[in-house]
Design a protein around this ligand. Structure first.
Ligand code: NAD
Ligand code: ZN
Length: 360
């Protein structure tokens, strides 16, 4: 047996207001005055000078506002890379992503595709990237996905929704400033927060579990209980703790895998465009059979926070659409193997998944 030798985020700053240090952190990484920093910023911050006035633009740096209404697509990554190449005199000094999981993933993917030939769809999978990415910085503004710490960037391509998993994917620098999450709307806070909770449940109940994953997963799980059940934290404490829960949840799955909810949510996302956080919640609500304790807790958290989960998503799907959804979900072999074990195909059949999807 040979063990995986994983890279990690090389540097991380944590603290309320640490975003103010962005300039001093990235300045030494400027390669030349012609090699710009490209800031990819969630367009929810357009016109928000509290945040944008602190983005240190100099020389030929560019700030691109990006909508997070849809999750990242391979075509979107390719277009961004082409535009950056066409409008920059030299290869960029760095890519800085400021936003949620959507923007984190775009920043990672763009930084990889600036130094690797061809189209991003060719790199969806495990360890297909050949060249190191350009310097890339992640600054999360909503907590839960763990995208700030992970070794993947999840993209929807022409024939699959799958990450670019590689040693060059993790950020070179992350800035964890919990204050940046202060205006996240409540529903979204819950959906993205539950992504973290579900990472814990899937990791802690998976067959790939080991002491490394367990230690991180248990910590994140404990923080999620404090955040979504006990509800006796100040807003600042809650922002700080959720940011660290997200980090730990991400670290937990680094050395294990996610499971049933993620596999099925990818299927929903691929066919219906359902976003990751809410999609996971829709699916997880029906997974008592696989995660009895986790789902019971989830239902309590939902009630405690007055959250309604959408229903009836699959009511009008055609057979073709069901088949695509099922194929996308079943294609994620490592997730099923983690959730169920090597013989997962005995338990998980297309009909089984169809029955589950029909409840959603
Ligand atoms: P998101 O980035 O899609 O953002 C959700 C919403 O919150 C958007 O409307 C956004 O504009 C808004 N928002 C973000 N920050 C805000 C703030 N501070 N104030 C107000 N509004 C704010 O959501 P997400 O759940 O963080 O990310 C989901 C994405 O992450 C999916 O594309 C998923 O595939 C990806 N993901 C990646 C990994 C990974 O390891 N790479 C892991 C899990 C999920
Ligand atoms: Zn997730």
């Amino acid at each position: 047996m040979s063990y995986k030798n994983y890279p990690m985020v090389s540097r991380v700053v944590f603290g309320r207001g640490s975003f103010n240090q962005l300039d001093e952190i990235i300045s030494p990484k400027r390669l030349s005055v012609k090699a710009p920093f490209i800031f990819l910023v969630d367009d929810v911050f357009k016109g928000n000078s509290w945040l944008t006035s602190r983005i240190p633009l100099a020389y030929e740096d560019k700030l691109l506002y990006i909508s997070a209404n849809e999750e990242p697509k391979t075509s979107q990554v390719d277009k961004l890379v082409e535009d950056i190449i066409l409008t920059s005199k030299e290869r960029p000094s760095g890519i800085v992503g400021i936003g949620g999981g959507t923007i984190m993933d775009l920043a990672k993917a763009v930084s990889i595709m600036l130094t690797n030939d061809g189209e991003s769809k060719n790199y969806q999978g495990w360890d297909l990237v050949k060249n190191p990415a350009v310097y890339h910085v992640g600054i999360p503004t909503i907590s839960g996905t763990g995208a700030e710490v992970s070794r993947t960037t999840v993209l929807t391509g022409p024939d699959k929704k799958l990450g670019i998993n590689s040693d060059y994917t993790p950020f070179d620098q992350v800035i964890l400033d919990p204050e940046l999450t202060k205006d996240v709307p409540k529903q979204q806070w819950f959906y993205t927060g539950m992504d973290c909770f579900i990472h814990c449940i899937e990791s802690l109940n998976g067959t790939f579990l080991n002491a490394f994953s367990k230690s991180y997963g248990e910590k994140a799980y404990e923080l999620c209980n404090e955040l979504f059940l006990d509800n006796n934290l100040t807003p600042e404490e809650a922002q700080d703790k959720l940011m660290m829960a997200s980090w730990h949840g991400g670290m937990s799955i680094a050395y294990s895998q996610v499971g049933v909810a993620h596999a099925m949510s990818y299927g929903l996302g691929y066919v219906l465009g359902t976003k990751h956080g809410i999609g996971n919640c829709i699916v997880f609500d029906h997974l008592e059979e696989f995660y009895p304790e986790g789902v019971a807790l989830f239902k309590k958290m939902k009630a405690k926070n007055n959250i309604e989960i959408p229903k009836g998503l699959c009511d009008n799907l055609s057979d073709d659409e069901f088949n695509t959804m099922i194929n996308v979900a079943m294609g994620l072999e490592p997730l099923w193997e983690n959730a169920i074990g090597k013989n997962w195909k005995k338990v998980i059949t297309p009909q089984k998944l169809k029955d589950l999807y029909q409840k959603m």
